[in-house]
Design a protein around this ligand. Structure first.
Ligand SMILES: Cc1cc2nc3c(=O)[nH]c(=O)nc-3n(C[C@H](O)[C@H](O)[C@H](O)COP(=O)(O)O)c2cc1C
Length: 406
């Protein structure tokens, strides 16, 4: 593929003038085993609203996801595969029986509304804190390198609080098969919980990304050093998960050139092209990439050449459906699909505030603004109380009135 490296600084208002049926965003697409009615995916969004104790999904969470079931596909919020995998207060897990039952409420609610949902499987590695770890142990990581910045924990009063990260403990080689087995167990639990598939979270500076990237991986064993070693854990996890699920129900999320959670790689082009080639050989449903040109998209500036080269390399190395996330609106999403840079887009913050986002984008309706103060923690406010168009017009009752989660 030889897509040009430049995008116009101003976005192309192409979609405004095109009838819906001509907009690529609204063309159906087959992604692995999923027949998707359009190309607007709900990105994974941590909301820190699992029921306590036990980090259990509840009817409140089911309501939130059901409201958003018109997404082509929902990628669930990141969900810890084990207690050790947790990095923030009140995030849901998929390691206990109660959690599996809780997720069943969510998947049933989404299916009842005609949607599809995959589970994003998460181990945060060093992005945690002893307060969240079993027996107050330090978090684990490829190497004992403390992240800059702060962890989000619960204080004694039950409130969210920031606390400095600690130096993590390096995983021992003999622990690696156990870690992989925890992903496999989570994948099995996802079947019991009624998910349609799973997404392996290899992005945003969490455990698998920490192994991939040179800034966090100083190991000298089979999991460190050359890129073939640094990608090993990701591939072992994918291979374990695809023993449980058909590859056509499994996606992977990567964030090439990402900086989230103090992650850094000396040579992202080599690292992520290699990882993509290896994943490509596994014939997964999709590759989900956090767009390295996200900032430029949002600011309507020209993306830098390195980011566009990275994307181009990934597009060449990955032959299946490619999902891109980060900074898209209706026009830039349409433009990027038309330019062949992606097959689907995942949208995050706009989905927080607009439960019926695809319909709003389809009809060029105004969007509700999201409130960052209510992203993490709390109840319905900033979660299930953003109105749909039908509710705004008084044509639909307040959705999902269910108090049973309290
Ligand atoms: C509140 C919030 C929570 C997020 N949680 C996750 C998550 O659980 N897993 C993940 O891979 N990305 C997560 N992200 C990143 C989003 O999936 C997405 O990549 C990002 O918001 C950029 O897309 P947007 O510009 O459409 O919002 C989160 C982002 C936000 C704003």
């Amino acid at each position: 593929m030889s897509a040009t490296l430049e995008l116009p600084a101003a976005t192309n208002p192409a979609s405004e003038s095109r009838p819906t049926e001509q907009r690529l965003l609204f063309q159906p697409i087959k992604v692995g085993r999923f027949e998707l009615p359009h190309r607007i995916v709900m990105a994974p969004l941590t909301r820190s609203r699992a029921r306590q104790p036990g980090n259990v999904p509840s009817a409140l969470n089911a309501c939130y996801y059901q409201q958003r079931a018109s997404a082509a596909l929902i990628v669930s919020e990141a969900t810890q595969i084990s207690m050790q995998g947790q990095g923030y207060a009140w995030t849901p897990g998929i390691h206990s029986r109660e959690q599996v039952e809780g997720w069943r409420l969510v998947t049933d609610a989404v299916h009842e509304a005609g949607g599809r949902i995959v589970l994003q499987m998460w181990h945060v590695g060093r992005i945690s804190h002893p307060a969240l770890q079993p027996d107050g142990m330090p978090p684990v990581a490829p190497s004992p390198i403390r992240p800059e910045s702060m962890a989000f924990i619960e204080n004694e009063k039950g409130e969210g609080e920031l606390a400095p990260f600690v130096t993590p403990r390096a995983l021992q080689p003999e622990e690696m098969p156990y870690l992989v087995a925890q992903y496999e167990r989570a994948a099995r639990h996802a079947i019991k919980a009624g998910f349609d598939g799973v997404e392996v979270h290899g992005a945003n500076g969490y455990l698998l990304d920490q192994f991939l990237c040179t800034g966090t991986n100083r190991r000298t064993d089979a999991y460190g050093g050359p890129v073939e070693n640094r990608v090993r854990l990701l591939l072992e996890v994918v291979d374990a998960v695809t023993k449980v699920w058909d590859a056509e129900a499994v996606g992977v999320r990567l964030s090439p050139m990402g900086a989230a959670n103090d992650i850094r790689d000396d040579d992202p082009l080599t690292t992520f092209t290699h990882a993509t080639r290896e994943l490509n050989a596994r014939k997964l449903a999709y590759l989900h990439v956090v767009n390295p040109a996200m900032g430029a998209l949002e600011n309507k500036t020209t993306p830098d050449a390195a980011a566009m080269q990275m994307l181009q390399r990934i597009r060449e190395a990955w032959h299946g459906p490619l999902m891109l996330a980060g900074g898209f609106d209706a026009d830039t999403a349409e433009q990027w699909l038309r330019e062949g840079r992606a097959d689907l887009v995942a949208i995050g913050r706009k989905f927080i505030a607009n439960p019926d986002l695809p319909e709003r984008l389809r009809t060029h309706a105004p969007l509700n603004a999201d409130d960052a103060a209510t992203y993490y923690g709390g109840g319905e406010k900033g979660y299930t109380d953003y109105p749909s168009l039908a509710q705004e017009r008084g044509q639909a009752p307040k959705a999902c009135v269910d108090e049973s989660w309290r």
